[in-house]
Design a protein around this ligand. Sequence first.
Ligand SMILES: [Zn+2]
Length: 279
Amino acid sequence: MKSYLLFLLQNSSRYEDLGEPRFEGALGVVMASMAIFMLFVLPSYWLWNGIWANYPPYLRAPYRQFLRELPFYRRLQPKQKKSFERKVQRFINQKQFISRSKGLRIDHRKKVLIAGTAIELTFGFKRFDFAHFDKILVYSNDYYSKISKRYHRGEVDLRGYIVLSWAAFEEGNANRSDGINLGIHELAHAVKLENKITNRNYRFISKPDYRMFYNAYKAFAATADEPGALLRSYGKTNIHEFFAVCCENFIERPQEFEDQMPKLYALMCKMLRMNPLRI
Ligand SMILES: [Zn+2]
């Protein structure tokens, strides 16, 4: 018995002698790895994600091919194209695109064309985040609104989302020189609302410019409807629709706009910080 206990003691002490340093060594490696992960890998990952979300250095390759569908983009100089692409990627990074119709997939093309339309309108700004609107809801076709009890092609909701019918969006893009474009129209509503919402783009339109624009709206609303007029009569509905209709023409047919309504065109250039004819 005594010898058996001695044997056990010897063995356990041998176990301790041999095993403990090995365990401590392994624990040390795990602790060091965790420290490296917490101190370097994780912050680098967060930093890169933050940079990518806010300052993407380029537009991801699968998106690039679809930008050619935008005439505004095609007219840009190579350096401006790079800037446009980065802004498109930032818009894609910051917004959540949500399909609202069964079977409708939000693919790269949809994302890049919606983002590209937003950037066309706001290319004159160093940074225009559409900060209040973080969700883009896309329906296949015109959709029924329970609030207004009628069918819509698009709308901008102050709760923070922009809604589009993809069929209407495509229809607007099919003819890029008729001054009718649902995508530009709805995004223009969002741009104008950003002017009123207290954030980065709050009051980007100065008070005197807004007064001039209001006067232009009043003058336009007082005219008789003319077939073939540059601005469609829907712009007479209210100042918000007037702004949206002006934006459709500003992007799609700036030359006609400048030729026919030079003062209003110059005001649009001032408000949107760019002249599409001289970019
Ligand atoms: Zn509208």
